[in-house]
Design a protein around this ligand. Sequence first.
Ligand code: PEP
Length: 247
Amino acid sequence: MKGRLFCANWKMHHGPRAARRFLELFLRSYNGAGDRRVWFFPPAVSLTAVLEMIQGRAGLGAGAQNVHWEAKGAFTGEISVPMLVEAGAVGAIVGHSERRHIFGEKDEEAGKKARALLEAGLTPVFCVGEKLEEREAGRTWEVVERQLQVLGDLPPSLLERVVVAYEPVWAIGTGRNATPGDAAEVHRAIRSWFAGRGVAVDATVVLYGGSVNPSNAKELLAEPEIDGVLVGGASLDPESWLSIVQT
Ligand code: PEP
């Protein structure tokens, strides 16, 4: 059973103290329903604080916002997959649009990160999505397919463990979300891309991300193609995050 997956991308917010306080408030009211998983992606410096707070709580997990594909070495500022394994993380976000467009991360780098996580038994939350001008030019699928291409040589046994987050760039942090219908069309195409590589159609977990908030979560999650959500801004406040994950 896939169940629903709710991912909180805290970006560059909530140091260890704020992260602990968030979890104290969140855990006071969270009544984890059996079919849903809630994963937190705090800044790396807060990851162990979050993991300590959620230890032993079924359905809760935490991971990194980024990771390097090499196991160790002279890569100042980076963290590795074995470090995430040691910390007890579930995985990492890979290829977030802010990494791609602010830090110039390339498709190939996202592919190497995803492979390193999968080979270590962790989950990449692999982000794809088009920019506004690409959507307006009718190039949405061309862009998403290009971003997925770096996963193309993975065997089905690894591919089926990739979580894909479809996040149209024009919807991230803008207050403008895709309609459930817009998202469903891309989600369907993503699922058939994986199916074409040997993954059972309903095995691929596809999240939607982009200005999800307590007011639009219900409508988005009612769309059968949407398996869960990746949320930035509205995951920073415990009340608003609780209302989304308890949708
Ligand atoms: C994100 O950071 O992945 C995201 C979707 O942000 P927001 O919810 O703020 O649009």
